[in-house]
Design a protein around this ligand. Structure first.
Ligand SMILES: Cc1ncc(COP(=O)(O)O)c(C=O)c1O
Length: 366
């Protein structure tokens, strides 16, 4: 049946109908008072979501990787030492972007499905006697594996050392608790196609007062991403370049929905969906990549049962049930499949996915 397909991938996620309606409207002028008001309410929405009063928040018309590049380009200078905490594809990408901008990057890498060992991190920073590590990058929820770092504890260790902390919260913001002020996160980035419930195309970045100090000394080239340009425009309630007007209007609608649900309820819902999905998958005899204690509330990575190929599994979900699930990435490609449960996902969607999963594997066995 047409128009009944469903995304259970870790982004893009399904989009609520009221948000889709916003996307269908004629664009309005981006220098109008009407747009300014909508834009500023989204900035307030971002601050609410990240629990921050101290950090500035900007919206870029770009995907999440654009905001990662913005984070690097705005605080680093070529030659700076960076420690990248890598628990999967996206953690590695943060380090690679820093390398591209001329930083000396060391990657602290763990096995797929694992998270950063806090003792190892403490030791690594302890060895940095001359405090040469200027910046640490970390992924909160690693989309490639479904593992989530203990961001609060990592932040405390990094802060004690005195380095700047850049956080990829692409699949955690709007799903998991992220406390920018309390945990002293310096630069936090995210993207629209995840917990924000709108399609891909916008990214978000938070900049702490300490990150601004780094920005003043940063010598990496930047133009489109330049924090200063965005700050100057934000002070005038506008953007330096033409923003994706329709998406910003959709974001306002999405924030209205999120605020109606309440931040703590959103976090609890994601936690409940994760717990139910993991328990249901285990009851079906499936093995999960991450341990419960390290599991992201946004994505679950699953090993195929013996003899079943990832491509057969994905096509059974798609062909018979019109549900899209994701393959693994990089070294995990064709080794695991991933189910996204972030954003506009309800308890009913999880129950449906579990029933379908049972039927998919019954069929593949026969
Ligand atoms: C954790 C994480 N970081 C960064 C990105 C990159 O975002 P984008 O694909 O929007 O550039 C993604 C995308 O899935 C992600 O999941």
């Amino acid at each position: 049946m047409q128009d009944k397909s469903f995304l259970m991938i870790p982004g893009p996620t399904p989009v609520p109908e009221s948000v889709l309606v916003e996307l269908a409207r004629h664009p309005i002028g981006h220098r109008s008072k009407e747009f300014s008001d909508i834009f500023m309410s989204c900035i307030e929405g971002l601050k609410w979501l990240g629990k921050t009063k101290n950090s500035d928040a900007f919206i870029y018309t770009a995907s999440g990787t654009g905001a990662m590049e913005a984070a690097i380009a705005n605080v680093l200078s070529p030659g700076d030492k960076v420690l990248s905490l890598v628990i999967g594809v996206f953690g590695k990408r943060f380090g690679q972007i820093a390398q591209t901008f001329g930083a000396q990057v060391e990657m602290l890498t763990v096995d797929p499905g694992k998270v950063i060992d806090l003792k190892v991190l403490e030791q690594k920073l302890h060895e940095d006697k001359n405090k040469e590590i200027k910046v640490v990058t970390v992924t909160h929820s690693e989309t490639a594996t479904g593992a989530a770092n203990d961001l609060e504890k990592i932040a405390r260790i990094v802060k004690n050392h005195g380095s700047l902390l850049l956080v990829d919260a692409v699949t955690s913001l709007g799903c998991m608790n992220v406390e920018i002020d309390k945990w002293e996160l310096d630069v936090v980035i995210s993207g629209s196609q995840k917990g924000f419930m709108i399609p891909p195309g916008l990214s978000f970045i938070y900049v702490s007062p300490k990150a601004w100090e780094y920005n003043k000394k940063s010598k990496c080239p930047k133009f489109y991403w330049d924090f200063e340009k965005h700050k100057k425009s934000l002070d005038e309630q506008t953007t330096p370049f033409t923003p994706n007007v329709s998406f910003v209007c959709a974001l306002k609608k999405s924030f209205e929905m999120m605020q109606k649900e309440g931040l703590e309820n959103i976090i609890q819902r994601h936690d409940r969906l994760k717990t139910r999905l993991r328990a249901g998958l285990k009851e079906l005899g499936l093995k999960l990549l991450t341990e419960d204690k390290d599991a992201s509330a946004a994505i679950t990575a699953i090993y195929p049962p013996d003899g079943a190929s990832i491509s057969d599994i994905r096509s059974a979900y798609k062909k018979d049930w019109d549900i899209t699930i994701a393959n693994g990435q990089d070294t995990l490609k064709d080794k695991i499949f991933r189910i996204g449960h972030l954003g506009f996902i309800s308890d009913r969607d999880i129950e449906m996915t579990l029933v379908v999963t049972e039927k998919v594997f019954e069929k593949l066995k026969s």
